[in-house]
Design a protein around this ligand. Structure first.
Ligand code: HEM
Length: 472
């Protein structure tokens, strides 16, 4: 009898907790015969699903075709998983912000192994919140303001090679820049032998990241795993040194080393290493891709280039005195630069979508998303929706003279996992633009209208270009 009361109590409680529209669906509802339909869409072939279509064409064409046919929510089956894709701002907010607890981050196991399972972006709940606080504090606007001089020094050293019409692979140059800045953010000043070793092994991991995860000796993935192990040893050595020396500077490693939980327990070495690799990983290719697009768009739009140049000649002094990247004041003072950066972030939308997995059956707009299904909010479709951005395929920085409608522009994501590195990325972009437009002219080589996916969308062949220094 007691058991019957207990079960009834639990069922009533569950009924109170589980609500309808946009929340988890109770078993009771199903028992009562209220059958919630799955979203429209097609699942393709058994096991294979629609992975072939997804990969055989530009993924954005795949998404856009489906959206046209089925609307803002549709099901498919890719990469071995039943999935639901969502293309509206409300849906993205629902999954990533307002109901984020129902959707956990999910990455293929092979990728998780390479980055390290303790990295914050694989987690949710308390562990994620704790780690995120540490990462955020190491990338706060105050810390970033103090990095202006160092970021500029990295760029200017690299730019010394940009002269005489030498052909450079723009993307590779930008990757070097963003990697060095990532190292600065994580370690502060680091001895060059450590930097070189980290760079060598990190490149191997990066090369294997998008390969089939095979442990077979000789494969790229296998080499990446070995390099990942080397990274652990290098970081362990740096940690050992830093523990002894007690540097005062504020950087991610210092924040991770100083952390103690409420019981006085500190982070394990593996947690420190995984989060360092995770941040380096999140920081490098993303920022490098955006900066490559910026160089292309400035080249293709001479009037915009002139306007941006004029703004940067004017702010040159305040830049030298150390500024806050893209503050509201500067936004008003530099409308052309602001438009350039925002429109590049929109056009390129280098994080085209993100992955989550439902932790329970979820109902959204009258459709069921079953527990364990992948859910993909499609940022690119939102940024290219003509309702929010008219003529979305035309590069038009002036559209940002008016603030976009709320929640329609999210290049750095939204909600609990949104990008903690966005201020640093803006500083890098701004530093690049500032020195590039005032000191260089450049020509892009060959055909440069294509896009490649690496996996981020980048200009074809990494945008080979010739650079010349302007007379000062
Ligand atoms: C233009 C450059 C960048 C873009 C467009 C970008 C975009 C994003 C987006 C969309 C997310 C959310 C992903 C999701 O919800 O699944 C994210 C997360 C993240 N980003 Fe960035 N990012 C950039 C640069 C950086 C930089 C420079 C850093 C670090 C220095 C960084 C560190 C991170 C981290 C650690 C996360 C995971 C946060 C979490 O899970 O709580 N990103 N980024």
């Amino acid at each position: 009898m007691v058991l019957v009361y207990f079960i009834t109590f639990i069922l009533v409680l569950a009924g109170l907790v589980l609500t309808r529209n946009g929340k988890t669906c109770s078993k009771e509802e199903k028992k009562k015969g209220r059958k919630i339909p799955l979203p429209p869409g097609s699942m393709g072939w058994p096991y294979i699903g629609e992975t072939h279509q997804f990969y055989s064409q530009d993924p954005n064409v795949f998404f856009a075709t489906k959206q046209k046919r089925y609307g803002e929510i549709f099901k498919t089956h890719i990469l071995g998983c039943p999935s639901v894709m969502l293309t509206s701002p409300e849906a993205a907010r629902f999954v990533l912000a307002t109901q984020a607890h129902l959707f956990r981050p999910t990455y293929p196991k092979g990728k998780e192994r390479l980055i390290g399972p303790s990295a914050l972006f694989f987690h949710q709940g308390e562990y994620h919140a704790r780690l995120r606080k540490l990462v955020q504090s190491s990338l706060s606007p105050e810390v970033i303001r103090n990095m202006v001089g160092d970021v500029e020094a990295v760029l200017l050293t690299m730019m010394e090679n940009w002269d005489g019409g030498k052909v450079m692979n723009t993307l590779e140059e930008m990757k070097k820049f963003s990697f060095e800045v990532g190292i600065l953010a994580v370690f502060g000043n680091l001895e060059s032998h450590f930097r070189e070793e980290l760079k060598k092994n990190y490149c191997m991991v990066d090369r294997g990241y998008n390969c089939f995860p095979s442990n077979f000796p000789g494969t790229r993935y296998w080499k990446a795993l070995l390099a990942r192990r080397n990274l652990d040893s290098i970081i362990c050595e740096i940690v050992g040194e830093r523990k002894e020396k007690r540097f005062k500077e504020k950087n991610l490693l210092r924040c991770l080393l100083d952390y103690r939980d409420e019981k006085g327990k500190f982070l394990a070495d593996a947690q420190i290493a995984d989060n360092i690799i995770g941040v380096l990983f999140a920081a490098q290719d993303t920022t490098a891709s955006i900066m490559t697009w910026i160089i292309k768009y400035l080249h293709d739009n001479p009037k915009l280039l002139e306007a941006v140049k004029t703004e940067h000649n004017l702010i040159s002094r305040s830049f030298d005195e150390g500024f806050r990247p893209l503050s509201w004041k500067q936004k008003r003072a530099m409308p052309a630069t602001h438009g350039l950066i925002m429109e590049t972030l929109r056009m390129a939308t280098i994080i085209s979508f993100t992955f989550r997995e439902t932790v329970a059956d979820v109902e959204y707009k009258g459709y069921l998303i079953p527990k364990g299904w992948k859910v993909l909010p499609l940022f690119r479709n939102i940024h290219h929706d003509p309702e929010f951005f008219p003529d979305p395929d035309i590069f038009d920085p002036s559209r940002f003279e008016v603030t976009p409608k709320p929640h329609t522009f999210m290049p750095f994501g939204i909600g609990v996992h949104s990008c903690p590195g966005n201020e640093l990325a803006k500083l890098e972009i701004m530093t690049l633009v500032h020195h590039l437009v005032r000191k260089f002219r450049w020509e892009i080589m060959g055909k440069h209208d294509g896009t490649e996916y690496s996996p981020f969308p980048v200009p074809q062949d990494g945008l080979p270009a010739r650079f010349w220094k302007l007379p000062s």
